[in-house]
Ligand binder design. Structure first.
Ligand SMILES: [Zn+2]
Ligand SMILES: [Zn+2]
Length: 76
């Protein structure tokens, strides 16, 4: 929740109601998950999940993840 609005975790669209955001995410937002692991095919809609995945599955590698929204690889 940001500024009293609910943000679609996939495309970043903002909605006044959580219900609207969730129905958008389920029925309208056809984009693939926004965040991707750079070391394996894991993808996720939520940044927190991909960061946790990096720590758990690739603890000896640099924590790099891909953000589809900005088309950029980020370091934790
Ligand atoms: Zn969306
Ligand atoms: Zn991975």
């Amino acid at each position: 929740m940001r500024n009293g609005l609910y943000e679609c975790p996939s495309c970043g669209n903002l909605y006044k109601w959580k219900k609207s955001m969730l129905s958008h995410l389920r029925y309208q937002c056809k984009q693939p998950p926004r965040f991707e692991c750079t070391y394996c095919p894991i993808k996720n809609y939520q940044k927190g999940h991909i960061l946790r995945h990096l720590r758990v599955h690739h603890p000896h590698l640099s924590p790099l993840y891909f953000d589809r929204k900005f088309n950029t690889i980020y370091r934790l």
